[in-house]
Design a protein around this ligand. Structure first.
Ligand code: SAJ
Length: 422
């Protein structure tokens, strides 16, 4: 059984490794030299120790190969990005992956779409592109949508243990995909049709987006009321049926900020709440920039260091990161800043390479991302590196008492206005 996987990102590559590790011959295809050459030189472009070890093993065995070019296979798996531009889903990567498959598709093959797509895309455009091969879906080849559900940072565990939803265009397609994925998925695999599977995936991420938006809106309300949102949420969460998520500097990544738009596109009138939630979350980075401006203004600071450029804690993944928007907003306001992130792989113009450089000459440090290395930083160590004593904590993870005892002024996101006399 030869499996071709198109798109070797956070989903495609781990999937390729796990299939290769369970006895299949796998060809991984990507357009990026960093990815293809990286894999062939045994480097995983993500921080996952177990997968790194497994990558070495499958390369040694010869069961995984990375290439720019697709070849004939028995199964094709598509895991390319489906980004959003101007509130519209860009299916161009998906289209080119499918057309690539069409060139090699033959009777008896199975095509699995793992990329996140809106309801109706599998039985609509995807089926159309693949049938340009002259073969008929459901008769000559099988087709399923099997959305990925993994969370970056815990990919191996989630890929193997999470339940999966398998939506075939017909029952045979579903059963074939289920049998194939049983080679490494231990979680429950739920069978359904393609459109339901597509809908389930975007509902899941939209649900999380809306819940984060509620937390962010509650933070803004608490701030106005001069109530500590973090304390209020912790107490509210003691209620057995309440679970307020963490407010924060914005919702980044390549999934949650994107997926609600799949539903908005299909049902613009009904999806009113989804849009409002999206705009609420999208406005958070600008709020952080305004907070920074206010603190600098009140403390006569001239420059800020933004701690964390990734979209969430303990990963180097900077796609859709709120920090980028914070940085751009600061730039537009004429506020000097640098960005610091020990995980950062591709530096920005504003990036500095060390903690010492980051805090040198700044009037404020803004902790945007809760990387362990930031949260566990001893205050005494930081105090030796800089004369800056002002920290905006957007994560509420710094121990305020400990930091204040060490002489720092901590501005807790959503609850520092009184400290500024505002
Ligand atoms: N965030 C908050 N507050 C929270 C939780 C998250 O502000 O309480 C922010 C994070 O800082 C980050 C963004 O939201 O910027 C997204 O992070 P995340 O950890 O919620 O999710 P992702 O994007 O890493 O992964 C999500 C997951 N979906 C769900 O939990 C429903 C994952 O299971 C999906 O596989 C993934 O999207 C995907 O690829 O679709």
């Amino acid at each position: 059984m030869k499996i071709g996987i198109i798109g070797l990102g956070y989903v495609g590559l781990p999937t390729a490794i796990l299939f290769a590790n369970s006895g299949h011959q796998v060809l991984g295809v990507d357009v990026s030299p960093r990815v293809v050459d990286g894999i062939n030189s045994r480097t995983l472009h993500m921080e996952e120790e177990l997968l790194q070890q497994m990558l070495m093993r499958v390369l040694d065995q010869g069961s995984l190969q990375a290439s720019y070019e697709l070849e004939p296979c028995n199964t094709f798996i598509v895991a390319v990005p489906t980004p959003v531009a101007n509130y519209k889903i860009d299916l161009s990567y998906l289209e080119s992956a499918c057309r690539n498959i069409t060139r090699f598709l033959k009777k008896g093959d199975l095509v699995v779409i793992e990329s996140t797509i809106g309801p109706g895309i599998t039985t609509g455009p995807i089926l159309g592109w693949l049938e340009e091969s002259g073969l008929k879906a459901g008769e000559d080849f099988s087709l399923v949508h099997m959305p990925e559900r993994v969370i970056p940072g815990n990919i191996y565990k989630e890929l193997t243990e999470n339940g999966r939803v398998i939506g075939g265009i017909d029952p045979t397609s579903t059963v074939r995909a289920k049998e194939l994925y049983a080679s490494f998925v231990k979680g429950e695999m739920t069978e359904t049709d393609a459109t339901t599977a597509e809908t389930v995936k975007v509902l899941e991420n939209t649900y999380r987006d809306i819940n984060i938006a509620i937390a962010n809106e509650f933070l803004l309300i608490c701030e106005k009321l001069n109530v500590n949102p973090w304390e209020a949420f912790a107490i509210a969460n003691q209620h057995p049926r309440v679970n307020i998520l963490n407010p924060g500097p914005g919702v980044g990544g390549h999934c949650i900020p994107v997926d609600p738009w799949f539903l908005v596109e299909k049902a613009p009138e009904e999806a009113a709440l989804l849009k409002t939630a999206r705009f609420r979350n999208n406005a958070m980075p600008e709020k952080v920039a305004n907070d920074i401006a206010d603190i600098l203004d009140a403390t006569q600071g001239k420059k800020v260091s933004l701690f964390g450029t990734s979209y969430k804690a303990n990963t180097g993944d900077a796609r859709g990161t709120p920090t980028k928007v914070i940085a751009t907003t600061l730039e537009n306001k004429g506020i000097a800043y640098n960005t610091y992130d020990p995980f950062q792989i591709l530096p920005w113009e504003s990036s500095v390479g060390s903690l010492q450089e980051a805090v040198d000459g700044v009037g404020l440090i803004a902790v945007i991302v809760a990387h362990d290395s930031f949260i566990q930083l001893p205050p005494e160590q930081l105090a030796q590196l800089t004369s800056c004593r002002h920290i905006l904590d957007c994560t509420n993870r710094l121990d305020k008492t400990v930091w204040e005892e060490a002489g720092f002024m901590i501005y807790t996101f959503g609850h520092f206005r009184e400290q500024l006399g505002k």
